[in-house]
Design a protein around this ligand. Structure first.
Ligand code: APR
Length: 313
């Protein structure tokens, strides 16, 4: 059996950490691509040299060109600029549209059957760019955000209650931005809604902290944005796809009427399997949740309108 081929575009903080994590889980052979000469080659070699210590056989190739990425099964796009303190994810739009556009064109040519996972920010808009440019079917273009946001939500709940993260199922909807919708009703600890376990005022603080989870890290790091949790979130998605787990995870998916959202990538629970998005998992939202989700979708739509202008569509 040949190993799966996973390409990571962008060998910066997120990309390089992701390559290391994918290798340590033996999920396939990895190609790490960046525009900076020699840098991805150096990082790939360094990661390969951890193989005997971390017990993996994945081959890791660093490159500046797309030839080595040919016929990848999964391509993860992390290329782009990251936030600095005081910047919102949306401030990255113009620069990252150009970067993701160029990358998506190249990937569509060299790996026409790949599943694309987007990480570059602003996430929902970048996923839209990759979808438009690659012309891949919607089930093969997925944005990573909800898994990260849910992990942050879970981590904060675990800290609050002093219980294992393994008991927590966090539920997050909406765009990857300040309007994201962490659902307290559907977030459970050992099957019990957190609304029954955490007083409303505390819960509100935890929801706000989750929404601002990325900014909290940017303000501490000062020179870049989070990468340990984002890379781990991508691994969970890659594993669900390559092992055809049909795992329900919150991802940015192209909605065509689901949750009342039309023609937009927004964070919704999806079933992830070997075809990518096997289905969007629709559940009943109460009025408050639906209103918050649509507000978030409206923000994403505004950004996508800007994307259309930038792409000349
Ligand atoms: N092709 C390939 N790589 C590129 C390209 C391109 N066209 N343009 C930029 N890059 C590379 C940069 O050279 C850099 O090495 O992308 C890498 C980005 O790495 P970092 O600056 O360390 O940023 P990182 O923290 O990894 O975040 C990347 O993910 O979470 C999001 O908001 C974040 O948009 C940002 C992205």
């Amino acid at each position: 059996m040949t190993r799966k081929k996973i390409t990571v575009i962008g060998a910066g903080n997120v990309g390089a950490t992701l390559a290391q994590r994918l290798a340590e889980k033996n999920l396939g052979d990895i190609v790490l691509l960046d525009i900076i000469p020699d840098m991805p080659q150096g990082k790939a070699l360094d990661i390969a040299e951890t193989g005997p210590l971390c017990y993996f056989d994945s081959a890791i190739t660093g490159t500046n060109g797309y030839e080595e990425t040919k016929d990848s099964n999964i391509v993860i796009i992390t290329s782009g600029v990251a936030r600095k303190p005081g910047m919102s994810r949306d401030d990255l739009l113009t620069v990252n549209v150009g970067i993701v556009k160029g990358v998506a064109e190249s990937v569509a040519k060299t790996s026409p059957n790949a599943i694309l996972i987007l990480v570059s920010n602003p996430l929902d808009a970048m996923t839209y760019v990759a979808y438009k440019i690659s012309k891949f079917p919607k089930h093969r273009v997925i944005g990573m955000a909800g898994v990260l946001d849910a992990a942050r939500f879970s981590a904060f709940i675990s800290m609050e209650l002093g219980v294992s993260v393994e008991n927590i199922h966090a539920f997050v909807l909406g765009g990857h931005g300040d309007t994201m919708v962490p659902s307290t009703r559907y977030t459970t600890v050992a099957g019990v809604s957190i609304e029954e376990l955490i007083p409303p005022e505390r819960l509100k603080d935890i929801v706000v902290r989750t929404r601002n989870g990325g900014a909290e890290i940017v303000n501490l790091l000062k020179t870049g944005s989070a990468f340990y949790a984002p890379s781990a979130a991508v691994v969970e998605m890659v594993e669900a796809i390559l092992k055809d787990k049909r795992k329900i995870l919150p991802c940015a998916a192209f909605c065509e009427g689901e949750y009342g959202i039309q023609n937009l990538f927004v964070g919704v629970p999806v079933i992830l399997g070997s075809n990518g998005i096997e289905d969007i998992f629709e559940i009943n939202l109460n009025e408050e949740e639906a209103t918050a989700l649509h507000k978030s979708a409206n923000e994403v739509e505004l950004l996508c309108n800007k994307v259309d202008t930038l792409l000349g569509h």
